[in-house]
Design a binder for this molecule. Structure first.
Ligand SMILES: NC(=O)c1ccc[n+]([C@@H]2O[C@H](COP(=O)([O-])OP(=O)(O)OC[C@H]3O[C@@H](n4cnc5c(N)ncnc54)[C@H](OP(=O)(O)O)[C@@H]3O)[C@@H](O)[C@H]2O)c1
Length: 310
């Protein structure tokens, strides 16, 4: 059983299954120092070989059903997805299979096992034309990744009675996960090696520290909150300004960061201009608050330092 007091929040006592547990958000959840907890993590290709991890390929109906019967969780946090935006554009069939059909499998199995469902969606369900998006603003994805996640959202809402959809934006954290580094770690690694990096000035997001996101999601799980929540960092910044802030907090050379525009990037899928999220609802409903950028990066720094000391 999962039992912990989150930042002065409620003591919760529930069993949780996280799909995509080997990914960046999964890493954030596993990093929280929770006492007497019982959280199970699903992986697909990256097996951490730890007792609480089990293989769940979400596209395999039988595997999903068996995992849900075996774990019988109170809450499923469905985070597994094909998250590579260009890969989704190139291989739309695969993106549909994992992001939409995989979600259908999770929705059906969690309904059967009586588990409530938290679906982890994305800021990319929005067009990016205006930014500062609220939960009920019009969705209008401009690439296939965003579309597949929106179709999955609709599946969750139509089929599962006890659902919560959460939308983060550009997640980062202190460790590589699912075989890759994240945006913040990549910046830190490059600048530490004194390599120049090119970062776009014309894309605005709400960067989200994985452990902060994890705590907010666990509070939602504990409260069995229903509805849509924008759970992201409490700062709306361009990717370039984020990189500058990273350099400042980590005492790295800012001049190595070269400003470029999206037109100069050789991305396959179109990227929305401004998918920054309004986190007012999360601030009103949750005890764990979305962190503002310098606070979150200071947390990240401490997390990285405590790892090197171990
Ligand atoms: N990263 C971001 O910036 C961001 C921003 C907004 C929203 N999101 C959403 O947040 C969620 C978590 O993202 P993340 O950054 O933690 O992702 P991630 O690090 O890219 O990891 C993806 C996870 O999905 C799993 N997965 C992929 N295909 C699978 C399959 N067929 N069956 C089961 N698991 C499968 C991977 O497992 P293996 O590695 O073991 O194969 C991995 O655990 C996703 O739903 C994503 O859409 C992410």
């Amino acid at each position: 059983m999962y039992s912990a007091r989150l930042h002065g929040g409620p003591v919760i006592d529930i069993k949780i299954l996280v799909t995509g547990g080997s990914g960046l958000l999964g890493a954030g959840i596993s990093q929280l120092e929770l006492k007497n907890h019982q959280i199970f993590f699903g992986y697909n290709n990256h097996n951490p070989e730890l007792e609480t991890y089990l293989k769940i390929d979400v596209t395999d109906n039988r595997q999903v059903d068996e995992a849900l019967v075996r774990v019988s969780p109170d809450v499923v946090i469905h985070a597994a997805a094909l998250t590579d935006v260009d890969r989704c554009e190139k291989d739309q069939e695969l993106a549909y299979k994992i992001n939409v059909e995989g979600t259908k499998n999770i929705v059906n199995a969690s309904k059967k096992s009586g588990s409530s469902l938290i679906f982890v969606s994305t800021d990319y369900v929005f067009s990016g034309d205006s930014g500062d998006y609220r939960e009920n603003d019009e969705t209008k994805p401009i690439n296939y990744y965003g579309l597949s996640k929106l179709l999955a959202e609709k599946e969750v809402q139509a089929t599962h009675g006890e659902w919560c959809i959460i939308r983060p934006s550009v997640i980062y954290g202190s460790t590589p996960a699912a075989g890759k580094v994240n945006f913040a770690l990549w910046i830190i690694n490059k600048l530490r090696k004194r390599e120049q990096i090119r970062i776009v000035t014309d894309q605005w997001v709400s960067p989200t520290l994985n452990t902060n996101l994890a705590e907010m999601i666990l509070e939602i799980a504990a409260k069995k909150q229903i509805g849509i929540f924008h759970l992201a960092g409490d700062s709306q910044v361009s990717r370039y300004d984020f990189a500058i802030e990273v350099a400042k907090i980590f005492d790295l050379e800012e001049s190595l960061i070269q400003p470029v525009t999206m037109r100069e990037m050789s991305w396959l899928a179109k990227r929305p201009i401004n998918t920054s999220l309004n986190v007012g609802k999360a601030k009103r409903y949750l005890r764990v608050k979305p962190l503002e950028i310098s606070e979150a990066l200071s947390h990240l720094k401490r997390e990285m330092e405590s790892k090197t000391k171990r």
